[in-house]
Design a protein around this ligand. Structure first.
Ligand code: SF4
Ligand code: SF4
Length: 86
């Protein structure tokens, strides 16, 4: 199961995680058209290889392996999926 970006990313969105990802599955990046309008970044669950390299890059601890995701943020599993199903 993939890693998930949860609520602490909202309004933080500093993109520290993007460069850490070896498979480029965290979007939108600063170069993408919807970066300004997105509340947060999202991990593509079909591409994430669960390497965990992004986790320690996040200054607000917004990224979790899905089994470690706090219950209060469980909706973010679907929120990350939905971004890539647009
Ligand atoms: S766990 Fe690895 S592959 Fe998945 S989003 Fe983080 S850096 Fe990318
Ligand atoms: S490093 Fe954390 S806060 Fe920054 S964009 Fe990535 S998930 Fe969001």
């Amino acid at each position: 199961m993939p890693h998930i970006i949860a609520e602490p990313c909202i309004k933080t969105k500093d993109t520290s995680c993007v460069d850490a990802c070896p498979v480029d599955c965290i979007h939108p990046t600063k170069d993408e058209a919807d970066f300004e309008t997105s509340d947060q970044l999202f991990i593509d669950p079909d591409t994430c290889i669960d390497c965990g390299l992004c986790v320690d890059e996040c200054p607000v601890q917004a990224i979790f392996q899905d089994e470690d995701l706090p219950e209060e943020w469980s909706k973010f599993v679907q929120i990350n999926i939905d971004y890539y199903n647009k």
